[in-house]
Design a protein around this ligand. Structure first.
Ligand SMILES: NC(=O)c1ccc[n+]([C@@H]2O[C@H](COP(=O)([O-])OP(=O)(O)OC[C@H]3O[C@@H](n4cnc5c(N)ncnc54)[C@H](O)[C@@H]3O)[C@@H](O)[C@H]2O)c1
Length: 262
């Protein structure tokens, strides 16, 4: 049976969108969740809503770009729950990014992207590693993106950052298996463009782009011609958190209605 009951799961960026959906679903299935979010108001709200619904959650204000803050979040998790079963590296610079040809992206935005999506993932992995190694068990789930397989236009900084997340997933799977006596796994989920209700629909953003770029929306390349939702991703996440996935490592699971098959 697939169960996540009593698993201690850190979810970065769980104040909204996919991470919030993960936190709510894990908590309702009996996991103890840590909302590691930079936005205090949103992070607290998610933790409070989970607790009001009878779940177990704690909010820890965390900026994943700052290693000291991530270390404090990890210490808070261990002192609250006594262990770490899973880290979900979900925080990203995403919903409010600039979508533009690569020559028009600012250096400042490029650096921010790499700081949150790439360095942030590394920071969280290196902060939890000592505890996972001590336990001889644990799982890391990184949020990649199908856009890294497809090489989508108009957000090169984001696509590049998710390419890095995919490569880090593979390398970390090797390193942590060795360090953790074969009890630590590292995998990634690569969603397609997912409607979370947070940002403007991608279809609408694309319609504002000039000329031939208008018809390159996510549905065009998808085998399953319908919008992707957070619920489409949750089942795979629960499986990866559970013991049922213990022998899977270094894998990138595309959840994109088949769009990266082309
Ligand atoms: N929504 C999609 O279409 C889609 C598609 C593929 C992959 N993804 C990936 O899934 C994950 C979640 O996507 P989403 O749509 O919910 O994103 P989102 O932008 O709506 O949410 C990201 C969350 O991360 C938080 N965050 C940002 N910087 C942070 C920092 N420095 N420290 C801690 N938290 C920080 C934000 O406050 C926010 O709550 C991301 O990794 C994203 O790249 C999303």
């Amino acid at each position: 049976m697939i169960t996540v009951k009593d698993k201690v799961v850190i979810i970065t960026g769980a104040g909204q969108g996919i991470g919030k959906g993960f936190a709510e679903s894990l908590a309702s299935d009996g996991a103890k969740v840590v909302i590691a979010e930079i936005n205090e108001e949103k992070g607290k709200q998610v933790a409070n809503d989970i607790k009001s619904a009878g779940g177990d959650a704690v909010f820890v204000a965390t900026d994943v770009t700052k290693y000291g803050a991530v270390q404090s979040m990890v210490s808070a998790t261990i002192s609250t729950f006594g262990k770490i079963d899973v880290l979900i590296n979900n925080a990203a610079f995403y919903y409010n990014i600039t979508r533009a040809p690569f020559v028009d992206l600012s250096e400042q935005e490029w650096d921010r992207m790499m700081a949150v999506n790439v360095k942030g993932t590394w920071n969280c992995c290196r902060a939890v590693a000592p505890q996972l190694i001590k336990q001889g068990s644990g799982k890391i789930i990184n949020m990649a993106s199908a856009s890294a397989f497809k090489g989508n236009s108009n957000f090169l900084h984001y696509v590049a950052s998710k390419g890095a997340v995919i490569s880090m997933t593979r390398a970390l799977a090797r390193e942590l298996a060795e360090m953790g006596g074969n009890g630590i796994t590292v995998n990634a989920i690569a969603p397609g463009s997912t409607e979370t209700g947070v940002r403007e629909k991608l279809e609408d953003i694309l319609q504002k782009l000039p000329g031939d770029k208008k018809n390159t929306g996510p549905m065009a390349s998808r085998i399953l011609k319908r919008p992707e939702t957070v619920e489409d991703i949750v089942g795979t996440m629960l499986f990866l958190v559970s013991d049922a996935s213990d022998f899977i490592t270094g894998t990138i699971i595309a959840i994109d209605g088949g769009s990266s098959l082309h």
